[in-house]
Design a protein around this ligand. Structure first.
Ligand code: 5RP
Length: 222
């Protein structure tokens, strides 16, 4: 089975978490796009969808699905999004599509975060995928030097601007053995908007499309 069929399996499984009348947060990326397409077919009478990027908002609107502003909703019952890496403790690396800041905001506003991915994203620990860090353009060089001090090798993502008008540094070489600590540490550097470690707000449920079928994991209740 190719990767897109595995992503499709996870995206379709997430439809079961959507109920009529809900406000639903929607992520960004190819797996989220498949989820949006599945929403278009499912035609569930939700209150509306809160997108995590301009691209997601556009795709929702193109299918006639109602888009809500996060500032006009309260807490969101459920957020569905993909990931670049997932560890056994439901912690993630995200931001391959550069939408990590809005994704983290919508995920944090949600009571339940369902992560959808193909099984290649399932890792014993985080840290092979380059960590995306969103940075104010004014602070790009300064932040890059601080990331080097933390042990990383930052590379500017070429010809890319985030929905918030910022740049992305993709960082390899960081020790993510304690992702909670590294997520917080990177965010103390002035000029960093946010980074793609989702360890404070991790997933609650992981749905993985695998060649053996759907794998569904739920985090133990805190
Ligand atoms: C975008 C993201 C995506 O969820 C992540 O990059 C996974 O993408 P895909 O579903 O295309 O594999 O974090 O910022």
């Amino acid at each position: 089975m190719d990767t897109s069929a595995l992503k499709q399996m996870a995206a379709e499984a997430a439809i079961a978490y959507i109920r009529p009348g809900m406000v639903v947060g929607v992520g960004t990326g190819s797996t989220s796009n498949l989820f949006i397409d599945a929403l278009g077919k499912a035609k569930i009478a939700v209150e509306g969808y809160v997108p995590s990027s301009l691209g997601t908002a556009e795709r929702l609107r193109s299918l006639g699905l109602p888009v809500l502003d996060l500032n006009s909703t309260g807490d969101i019952p459920v957020y569905i999004d993909g990931a670049d890496e997932i560890d056994p403790h439901f912690r993630l690396i995200k931001g391959g599509g550069g939408a990590l800041t809005r994704e983290k905001i919508v995920a944090s506003a949600a009571r339940q975060f369902i992560c959808i991915a193909d099984s290649s994203k399932d890792k014993p620990r985080l840290g092979v995928f380059p960590l995306p860090v969103e940075v104010l353009p004014f602070a790009r060089s300064f932040v890059a030097r601080q990331l080097v001090r933390l042990g990383g090798s930052p590379v500017l993502r070429e010809n890319f601007q985030t929905d918030n008008g910022n740049v992305i540094l993709d960082v390899t070489g960081l020790d993510l053995g304690d992702p909670v600590k590294m997520e917080a540490l990177i965010n103390t550097v002035p000029g960093v908007i946010d980074n793609g470690i989702f360890a404070h707000r991790k997933a609650d449920v992981v749905l993985l499309g695998s060649p053996q079928g759907l794998i569904s994991r739920s985090a133990p209740l805190a």
